[in-house]
Design a protein around this ligand. Structure first.
Ligand code: WTA
Length: 647
C-alpha cells in the first residue's frame, strides 16, 4: 500500500459540488436515514408519477426483496432526452470519435431525440412491445446509444453484447434472454481491423435456441456486402421512414431496463438485470458527484457500451444529466499511442475516465506521445475496472494530468449499476491505489472467511451490508442463482467476490477477486468458461484456468491442459488451442500461456486445487502450502519441474 497522500487541490475544491465537510455530513445522513436521503435524491430525475415509497429491501433469504422508488413511474429515455430539449436542445449530447481520427460527429440533444424516436418507432413496427428483449451487437457508433434509448423509450429490455464476443457467445446470450430482434452492423472497425459482426450474427442464428429472433436490423458501418436473409433489414431503411415523434411509454420504477451478461465463478455468464428508477437515480447521481460534472464539461469514458461502464457512464448517467458524452469507436494505440490525447485536444475533453490496463500499455510507450498534445482542457481523471497499481496511478497523475488533476479510482461492478467506492474529487484526499471511501448510502464491510465482521485496519472479503438504488435485482430467468451467488456465502449480506484491505484512515484498497473470476485487462472472465471452451476441443481431456500476474493486463490467463491419451503436445497444438478459445469465446479470452499437464492436482474428492495451480503459474513454488491432502502429490512436482524449465 502506498502511503503517499495527494490532497484535494484547493482550486478544484473551491469550485466542486461537494467539499469534505459536505461528504461527511451527507454520508452520515445517507446511512442513518436512507429513506429520507434517497427520497430527496430521487427527485433529481423526472417522474411521470412521483413515488411515495422509497426503499424496501432485505438481504435475508427468507424475506428477500430489493425495491426502490417502487410506486413511482417514469421513462428513462425521456429523462435522458425530452426533459433537456427546452434548455439544452442545441447542446451536444454525443461527440462521436471514429476509429479513423479523421471521422467524428456531434449530435445535439434535439437530433438524438429524433433518432431515438425513429428507432423506437422502427422497433414498434417490428412488433416489439414492453418487456420484449432486444439484443444489441454493435460497434461504438451513435446507433448503439440510439438503440439502447429506443428500447428504454418503449419499455423493451436491451441486452448489449460486446462486439468482441464470438458468434458462440452471442448465440448463448440471445437464447438465454429470448430476444426477438437483433440490432447489429455489417462490420465493426477497431484499430483499423474489421470485425465481422453481421456474419457472426448469421452464425449465431444457426445455433439451437435462437429461433426466438424474428428480425435483424443491420446498420451500414463499412458498407461491405453482406448476405441479407428474409429476417434481415437495413436499419436506415426501416428507421428513416418513421415518425420523429414517439411518446414515451409509462414504466414502473421496478420494470427492467436492461440485461447485461457477465461472468461469474461458475457456469455460463449470467444475465444481470437492472431496473429503471433506482438505476437511473444512482447512475446520474454518481456521475454528477464522482466526476464533479458541470454544465460545460466534455465527459469521455473510453469504455465500450458492451460493458456496464459504457451503460452507466457513456450513456445513461451523462445523458440523464444533460452532459456532453464522448463515444469512441477505436483503441488507445491506433493510429499511434497518442490517440487518446490527440482526441482530448480535438474535443476539449475536461473529464477523462479509462482503465488501468490502458494506462499501463500507454506507460510503456513513454511520455512523448502524451507530452506531444496539450491536454490542458482536462481537469479530472478517472480509473475503473481493476486495481490500479501505484506506479500506473503516479504516471497517470504526473504525465497525463500534469500533476494538477485529481484522480478518481472508482470501484464497482456490473451488479452494482454504478460506482460504490471512490473519492469525490473535491472532498476526499487520494492515495495511489486506493478507491478510498464509500459513496452515499453504501455500507461496505470486511469479513473473514467465516463471515465475522473485522473492525479497524484489516484485510478480508468485501461485502455490502445494505442495498443501494443501483443494485441488480435478479439474474434474468434464474432468481435462485441470484440469491445463491451473492447472498449465501455470507448470509444476509451481498458478497462482492472481491478481497479488500482497509487502512487506519478507513480507506479501502481492493485487492482483486477472491473467487474463480479473472479480471483480464479489466474484462471479467470465468475460469469455468475458459475451461469448458478448452474441453470442447477433441484433443483435450481436462483443463484448468487460473490467473497469473501480467504487466499490462493486470491478470493474464494461464491454463493447464491434459491431452487425451495418445495425443502429442506440440507447439502447433498449443497455437491451435489458443485460437480455439478465441473462436469459442472471443479474443479477450485468449490464453496467455498453455502448460501441458500430465495430471492436475486434485483433492481426494476430485476437486481441482486452483490455489496450487495459481502459485505454480506465478512461479511461487516455495509457497505451495500443504499438499499432503492431494490424491497424488507427485502431480505437483512434475508441474513445478515443467514450469521451472521456462523463464
Ligand atoms: C474489479 C466494472 C479495483 C473488481 C465496473 C470488480 C476494480 C470487478 C475496480 C467488476 C477498481 C472494478 N479497483 N478493482 N477501481 N473497478 N474492479 O463487472 O474485481 O466488469 O469485482 O464492472 O472489477 O467488473 P465489472
Amino acid at each position: 500500500m502506498s502511503q503517499k497522500i495527494y490532497k484535494v487541490p484547493e482550486d478544484f475544491a473551491a469550485l466542486a459540488h461537494l467539499r469534505n465537510a459536505d461528504y461527511q455530513r451527507l454520508y452520515q445522513e445517507s446511512v442513518r436515514d436512507p429513506q429520507g436521503f434517497w427520497a430527496r435524491m430521487g427527485r433529481r430525475i423526472d417522474w411521470i408519477q412521483p413515488y411515495n415509497k422509497v426503499k424496501d429491501t432485505s438481504f435475508d433469504e427468507r424475506d428477500f426483496r430489493i425495491r426502490w422508488f417502487y410506486d413511482g413511474k417514469l421513462n428513462v429515455a425521456a429523462n435522458c432526452l425530452d426533459r433537456h430539449l427546452t434548455k439544452r436542445g442545441d447542446k451536444t449530447a454525443i461527440i462521436w470519435e471514429g476509429d479513423d481520427p479523421k471521422l467524428s460527429e456531434r449530435i445535439t440533444y434535439r437530433e438524438l431525440h429524433e433518432r431515438v424516436c425513429q428507432c423506437a418507432n422502427a422497433l414498434k413496427s417490428l412488433g416489439v412491445k414492453k418487456g420484449d428483449r432486444v439484443t444489441i451487437y454493435l460497434p461504438m457508433i451513435p446507433e448503439a446509444a440510439v438503440a439502447m434509448l429506443a428500447c428504454a423509450r418503449i419499455g423493451a429490455i436491451h441486452s448489449v453484447v460486446f462486439g468482441g464476443f464470438s458468434a458462440d457467445s452471442l448465440a448463448g446470450r440471445i437464447a438465454d434472454c429470448g430476444s426477438s430482434v437483433i440490432i447489429t452492423a455489417d462490420e465493426g472497425i477497431r484499430g483499423g481491423k474489421r470485425i465481422a459482426l453481421k456474419s457472426n450474427v448469421d452464425i449465431a442464428l444457426t445455433a439451437p435456441g435462437t429461433d426466438c429472433v424474428k428480425h435483424v436490423l443491420v446498420v451500414k458501418r463499412t458498407g461491405i456486402r453482406v448476405p441479407m436473409y428474409a429476417r434481415d433489414q437495413w436499419f436506415d431503411e426501416v428507421a428513416s421512414t418513421q415518425s420523429k415523434d414517439c411518446p414515451p411509454e409509462t414504466i414502473d420504477a421496478e420494470d427492467p431496463l436492461f440485461i447485461l451478461y457477465t461472468s461469474g465463478s461458475t457456469g455460463r455468464p449470467k444475465g444481470v438485470l437492472h431496473t429503471s428508477g433506482g438505476y437511473l437515480v444512482y447512475a446520474s447521481l454518481t456521475h454528477e458527484l464522482v466526476f464533479d460534472v458541470r454544465e460545460d464539461d466534455v465527459f469521455w469514458c473510453t469504455a465500450d457500451v458492451g460493458w456496464v461502464t459504457g451503460h452507466s457512464y457513456v450513456v445513461y448517467g451523462p445523458l440523464a444529466n444533460g452532459a456532453t458524452t464522448v463515444m469512441f469507436e477505436g483503441v488507445p494505440n491506433y493510429p499511434d499511442a497518442g490517440r487518446f490525447w490527440q482526441s482530448v485536444d480535438k474535443h476539449k475533453v475536461t473529464i477523462f475516465y479509462t482503465a488501468p490496463t490502458a494506462i499501463r500499455a500507454l506507460m510503456r510507450e513513454g511520455e512523448e506521445p502524451v507530452k506531444h498534445w496539450s491536454r490542458k482542457s482536462i481537469r479530472l481523471l478517472g480509473s475503473v475496472g481493476e486495481p490500479i497499481n501505484p506506479e500506473a496511478w503516479e504516471w497517470y497523475h504526473r504525465v497525463v494530468g500534469d500533476s494538477r488533476c485529481p484522480i478518481v479510482d472508482t470501484w464497482w461492478q456490473t451488479e452494482t449499476g454504478g460506482i460504490l467506492i471512490s473519492p469525490l474529487p473535491g472532498a476526499i484526499d487520494q492515495k495511489p491505489g486506493s478507491a478510498t471511501l464509500p459513496f452515499f448510502g453504501v455500507k461496505p464491510a470486511i469479513v473473514d472467511n467465516e463471515g465475522q465482521t473485522l473492525e479497524g485496519a484489516t484485510e478480508g472479503n468485501l461485502i455490502l451490508s445494505d442495498s443501494w438504488p443501483g443494485q441488480m435485482r435478479t439474474v434474468f430467468g434464474d432468481h435462485a442463482r441470484f440469491i445463491e451467488t451473492y447472498f449465501k456465502t455470507f448470509p444476509g449480506r451481498y458478497f462482492t467476490g472481491d478481497g479488500a484491505k482497509r487502512d487506519e484512515d478507513g480507506y479501502y484498497w481492493i485487492t482483486g477477486r477472491v473467487d474463480d473470476v479473472l479480471n483480464v485487462a479489466g474484462h471479467r472472465l470465468g475460469t469455468a468458461e475458459i475451461e469448458s471452451a478448452l474441453v470442447s476441443h477433441s484433443k483435450v481431456a481436462e483443463a484448468a484456468a487460473v490467473g497469473c500476474p501480467h504487466d499490462i493486463k493486470g491478470t493474464g490467463i494461464y491454463v493447464y491442459v491434459t491431452l487425451i491419451a495418445g495425443e502429442q503436445p506440440t507447439e502447433a497444438l498449443r497455437a491451435e488451442l489458443r485460437d480455439w478459445v478465441r473462436k469459442e469465446i472471443g479474443p479477450i479470452a485468449t490464453p496467455d500461456f498453455i502448460q501441458w499437464a500430465p495430471g492436475l492436482p486434485k483433492t481426494r474428492s476430485g476437486k481441482i486445487m486452483r490455489r496450487i495451480l495459481r502459485k505454480i503459474a506465478a512461479n511461487e513454488h516455495d509457497q505451495l502450502g500443504d499438499i499432503s491432502t492431494l490424491a497424488d502429490p507427485a502431480v505437483v512436482e512434475s508441474l513445478v519441474r515443467e514450469r521451472m524449465n521456462r523463464p
